[in-house]
Design a protein around this ligand. Structure first.
Ligand SMILES: [Zn+2]
Length: 190
């Protein structure tokens, strides 16, 4: 099953995209409502509408404002509870190596520790897996293309318009990934 989280992120567009991907694979899609939690996390460009979304690369110091404090610890453990309730024994997350410079809750040491926490917290019922942990976005695009993944349905942009803005950090990296992978980019950019 697919689990999305509404934590009051700047836009709902990524939740719509997630629903479309789930529909493509005929999988159930649940949306967990954590908006009251997200409202407390002021000061991040992803949860605070007063903050501007920076442009550039993930590794740039300006991107630090897109960190949502300890987000993945909360999201992953919430997912573990849902998994256990529904008899699932794996939780998969798509953190990747390009996230490591600025997002501490995407780094290998965090994922390793979260996996232990999840394993023991569920009485050894649920394993955490992060298959892209050591892959960059270009490698993920190559893999997605090989597997026939519906990459045209995926959403990266931090802004929530009808089409990708093409300028925010995640749009820049998305465009670069397709270009480096040598795979045609199906995305429409403003
Ligand atoms: Zn963008």
């Amino acid at each position: 099953m697919c689990l999305s989280v509404d934590y009051g992120q700047r836009h709902q567009r990524e939740l719509t995209a997630a629903a479309e991907v789930a529909k493509h694979f005929a999988l159930p899609h649940l949306v967990l409502d954590l908006r009251t939690w997200g409202r407390l996390l002021t000061g991040s460009a992803l949860t605070d509408p007063r903050m501007e979304v920076p442009q550039g690369h993930y590794a740039d110091p300006s991107m630090k404002v897109t960190v949502v404090p300890n987000r993945n610890a909360v999201l992953l453990m919430a997912a573990a509870g849902v998994a256990m309730t529904d008899g699932c024994n794996h939780v998969l997350t798509a953190v990747h190596s390009g996230d490591h410079p600025i997002y501490p809750d995407c780094r290998p040491e965090f994922i390793e520790s979260a996996a232990r926490t999840m394993w023991f917290g569920t009485d050894r019922a649920v394993r955490l897996e992060a298959p892209f942990l050591h892959l960059d976005k270009a490698a993920i695009v190559r893999l997605g293309s090989e597997l026939g993944a519906p990459m045209h349905l995926s959403w990266s942009c931090y802004e929530g318009d009808d089409v990708h803005c093409g300028q925010c950090g995640t749009c820049v990296e998305r465009r670069e990934a397709f270009s480096l992978a040598g795979i045609p980019d199906p995305t429409t950019y403003r």
